[in-house]
Design a protein around this ligand. Structure first.
Ligand code: SF4
Length: 256
């Protein structure tokens, strides 16, 4: 285990995370990233619930059984996460694996049919306007996450970073139309997904982009060689931390 210390909002945030060693794939780096994300999300939620800068506290309205954000919304998924999900699906018993794969194939077919495939690949440099227009069209397809079962996440411990970081303080009913309704999404002080993509780009695995989670498994299937690329764990950690520290929201501080 490694102990990482982040200076966030004027106080240290210590995170115990599994430290990868030797040579690893980017997917094998995710447990460390997830530990950091969980700690950062918890700190951000505490601050909002307690009230910030004189503003009254606001409760987080996300709750088990509310799966509004698992339906319609494109959950941005980076290739290492897609590869981790592919491996998770392929570890399932045959019937479950086939069911999940059929859901992914159906989602991919519908996205391609709508001509949205290339436009849903969000690169680091995608502009907010490009993203907004593509997301609007994607949401009209009303695709449901293949891992959603009875309004609950069936892979909660393994869910991607975007799922971990999406918390709201507005009424849950607004989340069915996040572009048209005043949904209050908790702003996060760090951008770990973008930092990971930037780190992988720097280490020669480029260009990086995300796809919606509904397309993740077929995407990982089609990019096995890239997903299996090996990195020095130490170098990947250093490079990720460097890019993470460059992506800190104003008002928060650096990573150490
Ligand atoms: S992985 Fe889980 S939390 Fe994320 S969108 Fe799918 S069902 Fe929802």
């Amino acid at each position: 285990m490694a102990k990482l210390t982040f200076q966030l909002y004027g106080s240290p945030l210590e995170v115990e995370a599994p430290l990868p060693t030797g040579t690893i794939t980017a997917a094998e780096f995710l447990p460390l990233v997830h530990a950091v994300v969980s700690a950062v999300v918890a700190r951000s939620a505490e601050r909002v619930e307690a009230g910030i800068g004189g503003s009254p506290g606001k409760p987080i309205t996300c709750a088990k059984g509310c799966a509004a954000c698992c339906k319609r919304q494109p959950v941005p998924t980076a290739l290492p996460e897609a590869e981790a999900l592919r491996a998770l699906v392929d570890r399932q018993p045959t019937a479950r694996r086939e069911e999940l794969r059929a859901r992914f194939e159906e989602a991919a077919r519908r996205v391609e049919e709508a001509g949205l495939g290339p436009r849903m690949r969000m690169e680091i440099a995608s502009t907010p306007e490009q993203a907004r227009v593509a997301v609007q069209e994607y949401m009209q397809l009303e695709l449901v996450c293949p891992f959603l079962e009875n309004e609950s996440c069936s892979i909660y411990e393994d869910r991607p970073m975007a799922c971990r970081m999406y918390l709201v303080t507005s009424p849950a009913s607004l989340c069915t139309d996040p572009l048209g309704q005043p949904v209050e999404v908790l702003s996060m002080p760090l951008r770990p997904i973008t930092a990971l993509m930037a780190a992988l780009e720097e280490l020669g695995f480029s260009p990086q982009h995300t796809v919606p989670l509904t397309l993740a498994v077929p995407w990982a299937d089609a990019h096995r060689e890239a997903a299996e690329q090996q990195y020095s764990a130490e170098l990947l950690l250093k490079t990720w931390l460097k890019h993470l520290s460059r992506r800190i929201a104003p008002g928060a501080a650096g990573a150490g």
